[in-house]
Design a protein around this ligand. Structure first.
Ligand code: AHR
Length: 504
């Protein structure tokens, strides 16, 4: 067995891990909104004003900090005025990106803001640049956030909401290089400046405006946006406050995505290699930004990330409904470690997506409505202690590696944060066969007590279903032995462990 040291300097703290790195994304796609969050007031399922109660409760337990809506690709086809007013009178629309289904717009602005209130989450609304006008976007912001008797504030009141809402985050379109308008980088950069100009601050509400960014490693796109900012900041406000990018992890080759649960070891390591690449992408997008913004005033936002598998057999290919196994939990764990390491530039990240779509937290059965929490949900829950805590300096010495198709993959991932009186250490053994023994070399502070939790299962293919909802669920982890330098820990194969430390 390899002996690896994880040196954690509990007194050497760095940037704060914004809770917004644990953000979420809910698009009008498949059964995320309709048939997921939204069941309607007449549903036999327990709901509050049409929003499914057990989903809200599950998400409150993981303290979701923000929710991005209405897309994704859907955002650039969405006209917000169709989704306000009496629901029986709302215009219908075709969701041309996702299944070509007709939607009745019964879930609109008021329902989304109600959902955010129930979740205790900040709203991250994505405006329409691809097929919407500057005026339409500007009026949406006014409708949402203005308090006086302006035309849009008056319209909102007529629709039953007196007070303006707080909307902290606003996206200037989505994937403009593809479904959001097939634009070229410089053309979009100019539009981002223009649309962001009219996404105004009203009253006390200050918008954090996020320009739609690159796909994966398109560093030129990031460069176009950073160049378009000109001076940073110019006067009180830069042209926009952040730039985003999207990155998904796949296992398949030649355009295939691979099955969510029926995969072999080669697929597993291809997924891990794909997920681990997020570190390089964060570094290189940040490096481009540093050239224009060395003081790091502009934020980087990864507002879509996660695994993307073939849809579950027999389901609508346009609905992106996939199962979620222990492999997905491993992917989430290594993303979060990378996010913590980049907390000085990365201000927000949003997993795609929260309910019934892609790497979801919650899956619901369309026939029985049974709700299942996924292994990924459990990683989010185990990591709530990292929200708004300060990063600690962590070095993994003699990290084990695994040769996969000629590439040496590091199979231990770690990060740690502290609040001052406590610390949380995250440890992942990505190896699919063997355990790994680690010494947590805890420096700089005395540790009074510790408490471990583990997420693992017999195989990386293990997943939760209505018949076996806890096949992959956290348990207490006691394989922690005090040694002179800290704690000796043996991580079983494909396991995710958190160690909470009480500091003296
Ligand atoms: O999350 C699914 C889709 O993936 C989003 O709508 C789009 O932005 C991305 O391509």
């Amino acid at each position: 067995m390899t002996h690896t040291d994880v040196v954690i300097n509990l007194d050497l703290t760095g940037p704060t891990v914004s809770r917004h790195l644990y953000g979420h994304f809910a698009e009008h796609l498949g059964r995320c909104i309709y048939g997921g969050f939204w069941v309607g007031e007449d549903s036999p399922l327990p709901n509050t004003r049409g929003i499914r109660t057990d989903i809200v409760e599950a998400l409150r337990a993981i303290q979701i900090p923000n929710l991005r809506w209405p897309g994704g690709c859907f955002a650039d086809d969405y006209h917000w005025r169709d989704g306000i007013g009496p629901s029986t009178e709302r215009a219908r629309m075709v969701n041309s990106h996702w299944g070509d289904v007709v939607e009745d717009n019964s879930f609109g602005t008021h329902e989304f803001m109600d959902l955010c209130d129930m979740l205790g989450a900040d709203a991250y609304i994505c405006g329409n640049v691809g097929s919407g006008t500057v005026r339409e976007m500007s009026e949406w912001v006014e409708y949402l956030t203005r308090g006086d008797d302006s035309p849009m504030a008056t319209l909102r009141r007529q629709n039953g909401r007196d007070e303006p809402w707080r909307v902290p985050f606003f996206g200037i379109g989505n994937e403009p290089w593809g479904c959001g308008g097939n634009m070229r980088g410089d053309a979009y950069a100019d539009l981002a400046r223009q649309y962001a100009t009219y996404a105004r601050n009203h009253g006390e509400n200050t918008l954090y405006r996020i320009a739609a960014g690159a796909s994966d490693s398109d560093y030129e796109w990031t460069e176009s946006l950073m160049k378009a900012l000109g001076c940073i900041p110019c006067g009180d406000r830069p042209a926009f406050e952040a730039v985003s990018f999207h990155y998904y992890s796949f296992a398949g080759q030649n355009g295939l995505k691979g099955s969510a649960t029926d995969f072999n070891e080669d697929d597993y390591f291809r997924t891990i290699a794909s997920a681990a690449k997020v570190e390089e992408l964060l570094t290189r997008h940040s490096t481009v930004m540093d050239r224009y913004d060395p003081q790091r005033r502009i934020g980087l936002v990864l507002d879509e990330w996660g695994t993307w598998w073939d849809v579950e057999p027999g389901t609508n290919p346009g609905f992106l409904y996939q199962q979620n196994s222990l492999r997905d939990a491993m992917v989430a764990a290594i993303h979060f470690d990378a996010f913590h390491r980049h907390a000085d530039r990365l201000v927000m990240a949003n997993i795609a997506q929260t309910v019934n779509v892609l790497q979801a937290m919650v899956l619901t059965d369309p026939e029985t409505s049974a709700l299942v929490l996924t292994p990924t949900y459990h990683v989010f829950e185990m990591n709530t202690g990292h929200h708004d805590a300060a990063t600690c300096d962590v070095r993994v010495r003699n990290a084990p590696t695994r040769n996969w198709n000629g590439t040496e993959l590091t199979t231990v991932s770690a990060s740690a944060t502290t609040t001052g009186t406590s610390a949380l250490v995250s440890l992942t053994n990505l190896d699919s066969d063997g355990p790994v023994e680690l010494v947590l070399d805890l420096r700089g502070r005395s540790v009074k007590s510790w408490h471990g939790r583990i997420l693992t299962a017999e195989t990386v293919r293990a997943h939760n279903t209505p018949a076996a909802p806890d096949a992959v669920a956290p348990r207490a982890f006691t394989d922690l032995e005090p040694v002179e330098r800290g704690l000796r820990v043996t991580l079983p194969p494909h396991s995710y462990v958190t160690v909470a430390l009480d500091l003296a």
